[in-house]
Unconditional design. Structure first.
Length: 95
């Protein structure tokens, strides 16, 4: 959980062989998670949800073939983690 001015907000993501699955939730009535995820990831996929929780799945495309090589897989997961977090926090205004 991320604590923003006393309000709990969470970003969770998982990676499988074909997609990056992203889910965000907040109790902060000033944040709209669907709009936030749309700003961060809407160029790559559709965002579903409501103001308090939203999700999206981004296709891995050609990067999905890396799943067979363990070393490359770790590099890809690190890159995904850094990229998803950076875009989310940038749109959120926390850098």
């Amino acid at each position: 959980m991320l604590d923003i001015e006393g309000v709990s907000t969470a970003l969770v993501f998982a990676v499988d062989a074909t997609n990056i699955h992203i889910y965000a939730e907040t109790e902060n009535m000033e944040l709209n998670m669907k709009n936030l995820l749309n700003k961060a990831f809407g160029d790559w996929s559709d965002v579903t949800g409501r103001s308090f929780s939203a999700s999206t799945s981004i296709p891995l495309g050609v990067f999905g073939i890396v799943a067979d090589d363990e070393k490359s897989k770790q590099v890809l997961l690190k890159s995904i983690c850094d990229s998803v977090s950076a875009r989310y926090f940038y749109v959120l205004g926390v850098e």
